[in-house]
Design a protein around this ligand. Structure first.
Ligand code: PMP
Length: 454
């Protein structure tokens, strides 16, 4: 395909002035023009418009799990488009690829999660989960059971409802839907549990949840939504046993448990889904996107329990929800090929070894003065930088510490994602041991360089 623009760096960046970037300081982009045009990708690498090859340390946006340019996925998309380019899953229509994918997801999802509604982004998957649950409670004659419990540190997406479920800090200067969502405490022991053991901190979190539920009234609360590991909120791993205990608490109060596995599923933590296999909780709904197609096509899924499905498909029920691209043939084909590839190459199983090496390599960076905490699991890691290690003093936003280190890493051939004082790493899951070691080496050099310039 030929583009109508010049694809040199200057050409791309000139056309790009018409593009509104997401989650960006648009004014700073205008002023300093510090944008990177990615023009190609293969395996664990991407190439920028200057011809520099970079390790894709963030897997696109924690999504290119199977790696870039996988022929099997590309061929499946092309074959699908040559067979059936588009048809909807509205009304009484269906098509073989979406049907096959729903069956495959029912097989992979834990417990009795066997009913799948498709969307086209993680945000939409989460909005759908809430809309569907509200409808479910209406049908049960419990129209007041509508509130949503989320958490400080959460990220659930950018649509109006998903952003209301996200931690409020993400909407500074923006509005969110009011009145529906209540945020429980963030389960970050290192920052929030000062002076407590992890077990004591877990008790505090459970007490907080319990008292919030009692105050709001369980009869008014529809669900609790939680990422197994909080990602874009700062890479926060909850205390051991947190999800299992919160799961039991919610069950006692008849509150549904939604796990947002938009990032943690499809191999990133060594399993297709992490809720039960890693965190010991059986959710009522799982939402997923990103690694579902390894990012080759936009697709998300809201996977419902048999019990919820039964109620919303009972007599007189009308499912008034869906998106034009729900179960898009090309996206469904991409997901099926991606899953087949992951099963054939045993990607989740391999991540249990390679991801552990990545994690332990990164943990070794904790000896550097700038590094306050290295946290995460397998190929989902974060490094938090501090001014004073003992006191855990954060840098000021204007210090732009994450950004400086990310830029130093990019100059050395690695893309990492700055998030204030934190650097996020979520590479493709096909990283070899050699690349893993190279990545941690680049990070050490980049942090040391910025540290000495301070
Ligand atoms: N949930 C989580 C946990 C996410 O990390 C994200 C995106 N980073 C979303 C939901 C939203 O997904 P999307 O950007 O596809 O709407």
């Amino acid at each position: 395909m030929s583009l109508d623009i010049d694809i040199s760096t200057d050409g791309v960046l000139t056309a790009d002035t018409h593009l509104v970037q997401s989650f960006a300081d648009l004014n700073a982009l205008k002023q300093d023009g510090n944008r990177t045009a990615i023009v190609g990708a293969e395996g664990a690498f991407v190439t920028d418009s200057e011809g520099q090859q970079l390790i894709d340390g963030i897997g696109g946006l924690w999504c290119v799990n199977a790696g870039h340019k996988r022929k099997e996925i590309i061929d499946a998309i092309t074959d699908q488009l040559n067979t059936l380019d588009y048809y909807s899953t509205f009304y009484n229509f269906t098509h073989p690829t979406a049907a096959a994918l729903s069956a495959k997801l029912a097989e992979l999802a834990p417990g009795h999660l066997n009913a799948v509604h498709f969307g086209n982004s993680g945000s939409v998957a989460n909005d759908s989960a809430i809309r569907i649950l509200h409808h479910y409670y209406n049908r049960l004659g419990k129209p007041n059971k509508k509130l949503v419990l989320s958490r400080q540190g959460a990220y659930h997406g950018s649509t109006y409802l998903a952003m209301a479920m996200t931690q409020p800090a993400y909407s500074t200067g923006w509005d969110t839907a009011q009145g529906l969502v209540h945020h429980l405490r963030c389960p970050h022991h290192w920052r929030e549990g000062e002076g407590m053991t992890e077990t004591e901190f877990l008790d505090v979190l459970l007490d907080d949840a319990k008292s919030r539920i009692e105050a709001l009234g369980a009869e008014n609360i529809a669900c609790f939504i939680a990422e197994p590991i909080q990602g874009a909120g700062g890479l926060i791993v909850p205390p051991e046993g947190y999800h299992a205990k919160m799961g039991a608490l919610m069950r006692d109060y008849d509150i549904k448990y939604i796990t947002d596995e938009v990032v943690t599923s499809f191999g990133r933590l060594g399993h297709f889904f992490a809720s039960k296999d890693v965190f010991g909780v059986q959710p009522d709904i799982i939402t997923t996107a990103k690694g579902l197609t390894s990012g080759y096509q936009p697709l998300s899924a809201t996977i419902l329990s048999d019990e919820i499905h039964e109620v919303i498909s009972g007599e007189g029920a009308m499912f008034l929800h869906g998106m034009t691209y729900s179960g898009h043939p090309a996206a469904s084909a991409a997901a099926l090929a991606n899953i087949a590839l992951m099963e054939r190459d045993q990607i989740p199983e391999r991540v249990r070894t390679t991801g552990k090496r990545f994690e332990s390599n990164l943990r070794e960076l904790a000896d550097l003065d700038l590094v306050g905490e290295v946290r995460g699991s397998h190929f989902m890691m974060g490094i938090e930088f501090v001014k004073d290690k003992e006191k855990k003093t954060p840098f000021e936003p204007e210090d732009q510490i994450g950004l400086k280190i990310a830029r130093a890493a990019q100059n050395r051939g690695l893309i990492a994602r700055p998030l204030g004082n934190i650097l996020i790493l979520s590479p493709t899951l096909i990283m070899t041991e050699e690349l893993i070691d190279q990545t941690s080496g680049i990070l050490r050099d980049s942090i040391t360089e910025v540290q000495s310039a301070l």
